[in-house]
Design a protein around this ligand. Structure first.
Ligand code: BV8
Ligand code: ZN
Length: 272
């Protein structure tokens, strides 16, 4: 049966990626909002990429919170509410299988604050930008878990009276030092680095990609489009992570998945 050309490309690229991944006993993964897109969560810079007309760079900052904590909490409460309808998708679940295959040799670094990797069953998750399920007091600094299942007040306050903020990393804020150090170690130690669903423009997260490559790791990118990460990639798998990752992980055990993703779903990379 004749396959459209890019379909064969994807098929061949998947086989190449599996051949790189199969022998690796140390694998690191960097995920971004794109892996949660098929769970129904909006990405940041996709179509529109705006929230109430604001760019995430303008809302996720200490100044925005200083100027209008209500507006910033509206943004985060809306994203917490959006999580109530969101479930991990086959992309998240494929990474759980990959961790089961590799054990301690696996590290998952995520820029996402949606907690879906943990919900899916991933164990070793490095949340370098924090989590929507935690809040931090701007007064006494206490960090508490607040399940996204429970709505928060429009302007949540700590028992000490000070304002609470989402326990996430805003622009111009440093990443949690211990989590970031672990992410760097994982990138330096891995033999294969997967970059999934990220536009690779936010730093220092995006630095992990050249860092891994500098130590000789093979880099595999999964995205719908080309990104700045593509220049570092040994293989770029163009298609939805929820279809590509399960197929890639299935090919590792030699087991054939249900065959490469259907032509309709996974298509060649758009070149923006
Ligand atoms: C720091 C908060 C210093 C939580 C986020 C110039 C001026 C000022 C600052 C800077 C500057 N240049 C660089 C900087 C630094 C700045 C930065 O990187 N800016 C960028 C915009 C240029 N970084 C910082 O400020 C960092 N801190 O540098 O501090 C410092 C050091 C010491 C002491 C003091 C200070 C902090 C960075 C963290 C910012 N916080 N989030 C939240 O609200 O979520 S970042 C924000 O963007 C999110 O966390 C998100 O995760 C992150 C990255 O976005 P992506 O995940 O990549 O999502 P995006 O929508 O962009 O892309 C989705 C991709 O998926 C696309 O490629 C799409 O094609 C693909 N896709 C879609 N669907 C699918 C898919 N792929 C596969 N399958 C699909 N189905
Ligand atoms: Zn407090």
């Amino acid at each position: 049966m004749h396959h459209p050309v890019e379909h064969d490309d994807l098929h061949a690229e998947l086989a190449r990626a599996a051949a790189m991944l199969r022998p690796a006993d140390r694998v690191a993964v960097l995920t971004g909002a794109g892996i949660s897109a098929e769970s129904g969560l909006a990405t940041f810079r996709g179509a529109g990429g705006l929230w109430e007309g604001h760019r995430v760079e303008d809302v996720a900052t200490p100044w925005a919170f200083e100027r209008s904590p209500e507006m910033v909490w509206r943004f985060y409460n809306a994203r917490r509410a959006g999580l109530r309808a969101a479930q991990p998708n086959p992309g998240h679940l494929a990474l759980v299988r990959l961790e089961e295959r590799l054990g301690e040799g696996f590290a998952l670094v995520t820029q996402n604050v949606d907690g879906l990797h943990r919900t899916a069953g991933s164990r070793h998750v490095l949340e370098i930008h924090g989590s929507l399920a935690r809040v931090r007091c701007v007064g006494c600094g206490e960090v508490t878990h607040r399940s996204t299942e429970e709505p928060l007040p429009d302007l949540p306050r700590c028992h000490c009276g000070a304002l609470l903020r989402p326990d996430v990393v805003w622009f111009h804020e440093p990443l949690p030092a211990d989590v970031w150090a672990a992410a760097e170690r994982a990138a330096l130690a891995c033999q294969c680095f997967l970059v999934v669903g990220t536009s690779a423009i936010v730093y220092p997260a995006a630095e992990l990609i050249p860092l891994a490559r500098s130590k000789g790791a093979k880099v595999i990118e999964v995205n719908l489009t080309r990104t700045p990460a593509s220049t570092y990639a040994d293989v770029s798998l163009c298609g939805p992570a929820g279809q590509i990752l399960p197929e890639l992980v299935s090919q590792l055990d030699g087991e054939r998945g249900q065959g490469p993703p259907s032509p309709g779903g996974a298509h060649g990379c758009h070149h923006p």
